[in-house]
Write a protein that binds this ligand. Sequence first.
Ligand SMILES: NC(=O)c1ccc[n+]([C@@H]2O[C@H](COP(=O)([O-])OP(=O)(O)OC[C@H]3O[C@@H](n4cnc5c(N)ncnc54)[C@H](OP(=O)(O)O)[C@@H]3O)[C@@H](O)[C@H]2O)c1
Length: 278
Amino acid sequence: MIVVTGATGTLNGATVEHLLRRLPADRIGVSARDVAKAQHFAERGVRVRPGSYDDPVALRDSFAGADQVLLVSANDPAADVVGQHRTAIEAAAAAGARRILYTSQHGAVGSAYPPAAIHAATEEILAGSGVAWTSLRYGFFGSLDQLLGPWRQTGVIAKPADGPIPWTDRADLAEAAAVILAGDRAFDGPVTLSAPAATLDDFAEAASELTGRTVERVVVEDEQWVTEQIANGTPEFVARLTLTMFQAARSGYFAGHNPLLAELLGREPRSAAEQLAS
Ligand SMILES: NC(=O)c1ccc[n+]([C@@H]2O[C@H](COP(=O)([O-])OP(=O)(O)OC[C@H]3O[C@@H](n4cnc5c(N)ncnc54)[C@H](OP(=O)(O)O)[C@@H]3O)[C@@H](O)[C@H]2O)c1
């Protein structure tokens, strides 16, 4: 059996959908904080049990009988997220899982992007768990509107100086995870899954082609950008954290290309331009 956490969310919910296309439902389990949110999976024959990273006993029960456990990275900025991941890893090991998989991030170890430290610490716990592990180091995903700002209204992408970022379609990542989970090939340790990196210049070009009007890329000085974000209601620590992403990108930290995602999908991952168009 494969048990998945975070299946009530977008990423691992899509992974379970892909698993259902590949495996009988009775070989799939979901561990959910709120089982009502996973009712649609239960109705299709998936085993749904309660499990929260704050409740080791329930977690262990939700992992019982699992050959593989896929752990989502938790996302509560106020919580001890690494401690939560440790609890989940220990529960999976205690439940007898043969392999633990975890949704990590591109370039997690030694990253120039400070939030990645959570993933580096979690990979260290996995490495010491005594269980085979796979860290799915995903490219960046999320809202392109948030990344690019109100370019549709303004015709301008006004952000700090950047560099290449492997902006990757979350649906492609979810599909690749299902291919790994359902397949025979063993992936040990960190595995980078990302689309070719794109810069904000590339996005401006794609936006221009998409709309037939010129969308301009304007570089805003770092401190001016932070001041503007705060004036627009963004908490300063969030603005400064986001700034570190642009700074890491401009240092070239996220550059480079890994062909594994295309290999697993059997096609090219959706490009930045395709993601913008969809
Ligand atoms: N690589 C990137 O660029 C990037 C970007 C954004 C996010 N992320 C990470 O990727 C993860 C998945 O993304 P997503 O889009 O699927 O996010 P999402 O839609 O917010 O889903 C998060 C999932 O994690 C579950 N969860 C959170 N904390 C938990 C805990 N303490 N115990 C058990 N389950 C917990 C949530 O359960 P509930 O339904 O009960 O809330 C939900 O199912 C995020 O949590 C975040 O860590 C990475």
